[in-house]
Design a protein around this ligand. Structure first.
Ligand SMILES: [Zn+2]
Length: 262
């Protein structure tokens, strides 16, 4: 399988993706905001873009659709409930659907509300699966719920779906927020050696924009997967963000609220 992670060099630090079939050279572009970079990468790799898939409706994910469609005549896919929010959608997606492109690309659709209520994550089936998770899950963090989202839905998505995926699943998020997210982890868990070591590596040039995490790593460095850690619970209590209840959902919501001020 050909997977290209394309960093967009914009203020939002977006990642765009191409998934290519090595046999037929057909390719899928995911949230191709930097349309010029995505088209150039496709030419360089000898790939023909036959589909754009949007993870959700925010402009920094759909803003490149038109240019890619005009250049390639490809089809546009997104969550079925996004059809009034994303112009020119051809196909609406729902949970459990399996999309096939070329001879080798198989993408399972996960319905993952939280960041917005019409958000899909794409699980690419391969020897090692890959999750293209838009703004639901980031490296060492999760998406915000400011623009049409809901924190309890995000909690349910993370705990009923994402955490159950194979631990070797590679994580391809919609943005690079690795450094600030690791700093957030260390502000709550100063002794988290995995987070500390990863943050040290971020001093290397281009590390965070080329890094590919996996679920196993996320379980060690992402506080939103670490809701029972004593140090996190203590930190939240000291900030008066957590009552006597330490239910995972309450801890998650407290973390989500704290990260909003950060
Ligand atoms: Zn978004």
């Amino acid at each position: 399988m050909i997977i290209k992670q394309i960093y967009t060099f914009n203020n939002y630090r977006n990642f765009n993706y191409l998934i290519g079939c090595p046999i037929t050279r057909e390719a899928v572009a995911i949230d191709p905001l930097a349309s010029d970079l995505c088209l150039a990468e496709a030419v360089k790799e000898g790939l023909n873009i036959v589909a754009v898939i949007n993870t959700h409706e925010h402009m920094d994910h759909i803003g490149g659709n038109e240019a890619i469609i005009n250049a390639t005549n490809c089809k546009l896919y997104a969550h079925k409930n996004a059809k009034h929010k994303i112009p020119n959608m051809n196909y609406g997606l729902e949970a459990g659907q399996l999309l096939k492109f070329g001879k080798s690309i198989e993408i399972e659709i996960l319905d993952t509300p939280g960041h917005t209520m019409s958000h899909v994550c794409l699980l690419l089936r391969d020897q090692q699966n890959s999750l293209f998770c838009g703004d639901t899950l980031f490296n060492a963090g999760v998406g915000n719920c400011h623009h049409g989202g809901d924190p309890i839905s995000l909690y349910n998505t993370v705990y009923n779906q994402l955490i159950k995926l194979d631990k070797k699943t590679k994580i391809y998020p919609g943005h690079d927020y690795l450094i600030t997210n690791l700093q957030f982890t260390l502000s709550l868990e100063p002794d988290n050696k995995s987070a500390y070591d990863l943050l040290q590596k971020c001093k290397m040039e281009d590390f965070s924009t080329s890094f590919v995490s996996c679920l196993e790593t996320e379980l060690k460095v992402n506080v939103f997967f670490r809701l029972k850690e004593k140090s996190i619970l203590e930190s939240l209590k000291n900030k008066n963000l957590l009552s006597a209840s330490e239910s995972p959902q309450e801890v998650f919501l407290a973390l989500r609220e704290l990260r909003n001020d950060w």
